[in-house]
Design a protein around this ligand. Sequence first.
Ligand code: NDP
Ligand code: OXD
Length: 309
Amino acid sequence: MALLFRSSVDSEARWKPQLARLMPELEVRICPEIGDPAEIDYALVWHPEPGLLASLPNLKLILSLGAGVDHILCDPHLPRGVPIVRLVDPYMTDAMSEYIILQVLRLHRQDLDYRTQQEKGIWLELDQKNSAERTVGILGFGALGQDAGRKLQGLGFNVALWGRRQRTVEGLRGYAGRAGLPALLGRSEILVCLLPLTAQTEGILSASTFAMLPKGAALINAARGGHLVEQDLLAALASGRLSAAVLDVFRDEPLPGGQPFWHHPRIVVTPHIAAATHPPTAAPIILDNIRRFEEGRPLLNRVDPAQGY
Ligand code: NDP
Ligand code: OXD
């Protein structure tokens, strides 16, 4: 039984010992040392080169090294019929919620303004709302959106979530589909994006979306750079339609040196670190799906390529 490991950002040194400890019978091959491609049963990948997966004739299962799978589904040569599973790891979910809480509180408590005041030596108290007077809208009612939503609700915020399907989960208010979007946006003073990147969600953070938010709302994008129309964000900040943005993900990563986001006074940039994959907790989850496949049991967190997530 052989697994091909290929990551554009992660190292074999972090993964091989974890996989070997839990499943010694699994032979782990590190790209590009594939050996005989016909011997590869499983592929554990982050941003595989287009065509790599199609070059493995006996591939049984594709496992994403992350929660998102846009980095796999964008391969024009992706072999059809090979199941794909994504990573849902409570450790990463907690990490994402920490990031979202940090950034929501930063915006809610006007941290950017106070930092600017400090730079200028200004001692000035700004009007401050309580969390109960603030609504946070979350695009994405999935594993990450729900956890962040619950925790923000625990801090007293009004929280509303948006998904494809209509539902209410544990007191979290849900809006569904394109028809439900204006109602959610109309009340979201802080908008958080935790959507998968699909043909339907690409460019959703655009001028028309910003126009539906309360004037002066703030944006947090921790999902994918492809959700954001970058010029529309700059225009919305310039006009005052939006007051600030926190961005963890970008169309080009690493964010190029000359990109205006780097030095914009109302934009916070972080280098795609909101919820990094953590081998000690992720490896057992990944190997559980391989065992399930071997034993003919249902896979967990299977992706629907037609929906794109
Ligand atoms: P899930 O698959 O659990 O949730 C996705 C949610 O998006 C679901 O609620 C789904 O609706 C909703 N959705 C999908 N398409 C649409 C649409 N067209 N309209 C409305 N709602 C839609 O994903 P996760 O919560 O686990 O992860 C979300 C994303 O977060 C990942 O895909 C990844 O891109 C990003 N991410 C970023 C990280 C970082 O470090 N910055 C780390 C981890 C993930 P429904 O519930 O109805 O199906
Ligand atoms: C993921 C990510 O999708 O880290 O897991 O972006």
